[in-house]
Write a protein that binds this ligand. Sequence first.
Ligand SMILES: C[S@@+](CC[C@H](N)C(=O)[O-])C[C@H]1O[C@@H](n2cnc3c(N)ncnc32)[C@H](O)[C@@H]1O
Length: 249
Amino acid sequence: MPTPRIDILTLFPDYFTGPFTVSMVKRAVARKKVDIRLHDLRKWATDKHHTADDVPYGGGAGMVMKPEPLTKALTALKRGRKKVKTLLMSPQGRRFDHGMAVELSEEKALLLVCGHYEGIDERVMAMIDGEVSLGDYVLTGGEPAAAVLVDALVRFLPGVVGDRQSVEKDSFFNGLLDYPHYTRPRFFKGRGVPEVLLSGNHALIEKWRKKESLKNTLAKRPDLLDRVELSGEDLKLLKEAQKELEAGG
Ligand SMILES: C[S@@+](CC[C@H](N)C(=O)[O-])C[C@H]1O[C@@H](n2cnc3c(N)ncnc32)[C@H](O)[C@@H]1O
């Protein structure tokens, strides 16, 4: 299977030095599970000063990213390649979430465009397949959004997270929030850990984790429960979780 490739077009390639040179993304790149290529948009701004922005037609505040360097860059980066999904980071886009991270992890070639200033010249949108938003707020540039997108989707690439189960038990994978976790020491500031986790009884531990996952979801994100399919056993556990929450636990 070919290594998935992610090209990122940005005015600030240095921005990614931090996020892409530590932890999971660094490991994924080192193990050739993903091929990430950063491109400085100014390379395609061919005037003396490598100008990538200009004043807006109609006047008003801010600058707009010029169409020529963007178009040249996108053309060059797509040339000779069959299917490259080109996404603009934008507060006006589809909100990024677990489902989209899984969906994008199945793409073989992504091209992420990071806007800046007031955004890009609207005519470049003809070369964009979709817009992705990190959330309902405005960032200074698309770089943090691209870094988040890459981090989240890399976790779903085969062979990146050593223990696949750890990804599958994370929040949202099965539509619920994760259960609480504990590690040593057994007592910390006068508080122990739930006895069941010390029992060695895997069936009981799994049942406890499922109930705690339902409880967490009910307490923190009850909206998720409207969208998830629960078995008869899950519904029983949910009732117990609700009672425990009402009793303050
Ligand atoms: C200052 S913003 C421009 C916002 C634009 N004038 C608007 O209100 O829609 C500059 C760039 O940051 C990026 N950006 C800002 N907020 C974002 C968000 N919530 N998600 C993804 N990208 C975002 C986009 O690439 C955008 O072109």
